[in-house]
Structure formats: C-alpha cells, structure tokens
Design a protein around this ligand. Structure first.
Ligand SMILES: NC(=O)C1=CN([C@@H]2O[C@H](COP(=O)(O)OP(=O)(O)OC[C@H]3O[C@@H](n4cnc5c(N)ncnc54)[C@H](O)[C@@H]3O)[C@@H](O)[C@H]2O)C=CC1
Ligand SMILES: O=C(O)C(=O)COP(=O)(O)O
Length: 410
C-alpha cells in the first residue's frame, strides 16, 4: 500500500485510445496536462499492458477491454475515462478494488443513436436495404409489396432509458404508436405505454428496437424463442450491445422470412480496428442493415463526449471530485485553496474514520474539512489539512491497513 503524491501536471501520463475527438486533448491541455499520448485505435494484449503500465489516466471507447488482469498491470492508474456510455468493457469491481474511479458520458451520444434508429425504422419498413442492395447489382425492384408507411405502426422499445425515451418521442412525431418494456417502472413520455412483459411487447410490435445495457440479464435476451414470438414480417433493430441478440438465431429468422428485416450496429465480436475483417452470419442478407458500431459516432456527440469525460478526469486529478463515477463513492468538491487536500481510498470496513481521526489527533494534525462516502466495498475520505502538515498526515494514512491508495493535492 504505497502513497501517491500529487505530481506536477507535466509528469502526469495520459493515455488516450480509440481515436478520441480532439476536444478531449484540448480540454486536458487547457487544464495544464501536456503529457498526452493518443492512439487512433484500441490496444490489446501485451501492447495494452505495456502502454497502461505508466499511465496515470486512460481514456477509451467501447472497444478496449480493461480486464482485471490489465488493471493489475496499471500500478499508477488513478482514473479511467470511458468516452462513451457503456462501461461493460471495464471490470468495474476490479477497478474499484484498486482504488480507480471509472467515468463515462451518460448522455452525450444518446440523440445520435435515437436519430440513426429513427432513420432505420423508415428504411426497414420500406424494404429499402434490399432494394438498395439489388440496385447496386443492377436489379430493379420497383414494388410496393412489403413496403409500409410507419404512421400508425407499433414500435416496441426494449429498455426505456436515455436513448429509448428519445426514440419514443421522435417516433411519435411520425405518428407511430410506442410501447416499451423495461425492468423498472418508467414514466411514459408522450402517449407511450409500458407493457408488463417482453413477450407482450414482441407480440404487438411491427418493429422492435433494443436499448438495454450489457448485463447478465440482457445476455441473449433475444434468441430463437423471442424471435418466434415477434409478428411475422416484423423488424428488429439492435444498437445496444452485441451480447443482447443471439446473432445466429437472428440470421436464421431473417433467412426464413419470419423477420422481414433488421438493422444491427453492435455484434458479439467486433473487429479490433478498421483494418480487420468483419465477420458475421448476417453478412450477405440484403434486408439487413449492417453498421460498424457507429450509433454514437457523430461529430456532435464525439466533440461533447471529449469535453465531458476529459473534464471529469481533470477534475478528479485536480481536486478529487468523483461526481458521476460509475463504480465509486461520489464526492463533489470545490477547490481547496490555502490548504492541502488528502484523498484516502480504503476498504469499506468499520473503524477506518476513527483510526484516521485518532492518528491525526495524536500527531496534532487539525482537520479543517472532512467528507466520507462509501459504495460497496470502497470508502473514500477527503480531508483538508494545513499544507505544512500534509506530509505527516500522508504518512499516518499509509499506516492504516485498510488503505488502498492515498493522494495529496498540495
Ligand atoms: N451503438 C452505439 O454506438 C451505442 C450504444 N449504446 C448502448 O445503449 C445502451 C442504452 O443506453 P442508454 O439508453 O443511455 O442507457 P440507460 O441506462 O439510460 O437505459 C437503459 C434502460 O434499460 C433498462 N434495462 C436494463 N436491463 C433491462 C432488462 N433486462 N430488460 C429490460 N430493460 C432493462 C434500464 O432500466 C434502463 O431504463 C448503453 O448501455 C449502450 O450499451 C449507447 C450509446 C451508443
Ligand atoms: O456509448 C456507447 O456505449 C457506445 O456503444 C459507443 O461506443 P463507441 O464510442 O462508438 O466505441
């Protein structure tokens, strides 16, 4: 359990992967961080372990897998920034156990996903993907068969969160009836109606769109049994996570004609970079729109995400604030001018605060402010002391056996 002093900003190593928008680097530089290494693509295996070894902060998108093993190699890592919504690519518990908060951007790309899906709804219900594919091959499929207006049709939204709700509102403006299924009771927006079970939603919808996170409960939530329950000639859209749909079962249902068309943006296995081949049982099916995980990839979303997450990393580095961390006790802090701030991350066991207060009192260290928050197995105490007492306060904190890591902000 070693102490982590605050470093000069130019000694803080920041590793940015997956071609983050330049806004991320701009924010970090404006905040005084100059030691930034940016990569266009993701890193895997030994390359990732080597790169993360000396990083104090890392920024990733949905591709980079920060497993327990990778995190165990990141001895200096203070925080992880997911420049996206999903945080399933990070072992959040392993990060918390190592005293590493994980931040994300919960809103910035949601509109982009909702807009893409709205466009796909119209395209699918007109049979455009197939007509387009055929035209590229010189075939002329002028026909109204299987081609429908969306007005008056039923859209079933699975997962009525930030994206699902926006999609529902947009679809209603086109005259669609919106129903949704969610594990939580949700306030319906517009004229949307919550249905009690997934099967009810599947049986009633002309088009189903999935907007749930990757969790154990959403794994393969759409498999052959669920596809059979969908109306004959209906459509499926998945812009959530590749684990949510049994992709082989979807390919069979589309090939058999029971599902008239699909739009899929996320896959169980996605290429690691734009140079790698994309393999999927859905390839070659003309009535399936395949997109390379670009639901959130718009200039507007990426620019905002860069600002939002880089800002959260800089704030945590500068003042210890963990507001909106997804795996960590949340503390919102102002600046600490004139005093030093100690950030003590510890195992959440009884008696840690007493030990700190007792040790400080014995050494005559006056605590002028103290905040404690806990989440699960992790406790986070932020204290302010006179700057000339910061070193001895740090030494005391390092003697407490529940300490995971300590930082001082001078
Ligand atoms: N394709 C892309 O580029 C993008 C994909 N995403 C994916 O979309 C997902 C959803 O994003 P948001 O709407 O912002 O998330 P959110 O957290 O606001 O909403 C998710 C909703 O799903 C519900 N839910 C969770 N488990 C469920 C279950 N088993 N059955 C039914 N409902 C369940 C939750 O209660 C919540 O209402 C993200 O977790 C991410 O994986 C997000 C952004 C871009
Ligand atoms: O925000 C998310 O969860 C996404 O899926 C978008 O991921 P990306 O930033 O495009 O790798």
């Amino acid at each position: 359990m070693s102490a982590k002093h605050s470093l000069d900003k130019n000694k803080i190593n920041i590793l940015l992967l997956e071609g983050l928008h330049p806004s991320a680097e701009e924010v970090l530089r404006q905040e005084g961080y100059t030691n930034i290494q940016s990569y266009k693509s993701s890193l895997v295996g030994d390359d990732l372990k080597k790169a993360i070894k000396d990083a104090h902060f890392i920024g990733i998108r949905s591709r980079t897998q920060l497993t327990k093993e990778v995190i165990s190699k990141a001895n200096k890592l203070a925080a992880i920034g997911c420049f996206c919504i999903g945080t399933n690519q990070v072992d959040l518990d392993a990060a918390a156990e190592a005293g590493i908060p994980v931040f994300n951007a919960p809103f910035s790309n949601t509109r982009s996903v909702a807009e893409l899906v709205l466009g796909e709804i119209i395209m699918l219900m007109r049979g455009i993907p197939e007509k387009n594919a055929k035209a590229h091959r010189g075939q002329w499929l002028k026909s109204a068969a299987g081609s429908h207006e969306v007005r008056g049709k039923t859209l079933g939204i699975v997962g009525y969160g930030h994206i699902g709700t926006q999609l529902g509102i947009l679809a209603e403006t086109l005259g669609m009836q919106v129903i949704f299924y969610d594990i939580e009771k949700k306030l319906p927006l517009g004229n949307a109606k919550q249905v009690a079970t997934l099967n009810k939603l599947l049986a009633q919808s002309d088009i189903v769109s999935l907007h749930v996170p990757q969790t154990n409960t959403t794994k393969n939530m759409i498999g052959s049994a669920q596809l059979e329950k969908m109306k004959a000639g209906s459509h499926l859209i998945n812009a959530s996570r590749g684990t949510v749909v049994d992709i082989e079962a979807l390919a069979l249902a589309v090939s058999a004609g029971h599902i008239a068309g699909a739009a899929v943006d996320v896959f169980p296995v996605e290429p690691k970079s734009n140079q790698d081949e994309f393999n999927s049982p859905l390839r070659g099916l003309d009535n399936v729109i395949l997109t390379p995980h670009v639901g959130g990839s718009t200039a507007e979303a990426q620019a905002n995400i860069g600002i939002e997450v880089a800002g959260k990393l800089a704030k945590y580095s500068d003042n210890g604030s963990t507001l909106s961390a997804v795996n960590f006790p949340e503390v919102s802090l102002s600046s600490h001018e004139g005093r030093s701030r100690l950030l003590h991350i510890h195992q959440n066991k009884p008696g840690v605060l007493i030990q700190i207060n007792q040790a400080f009192s014995e050494k005559g260290i006056n605590i002028s402010a103290q905040h404690l928050q806990t989440k699960g197995d992790i406790g986070y105490v932020v204290m302010e002391v006179e700057s000339n007492q910061a070193e001895s306060a740090l030494a005391e904190l390092n003697t407490i056996k529940e300490t995971i890591r300590v930082r001082v902000l001078f």
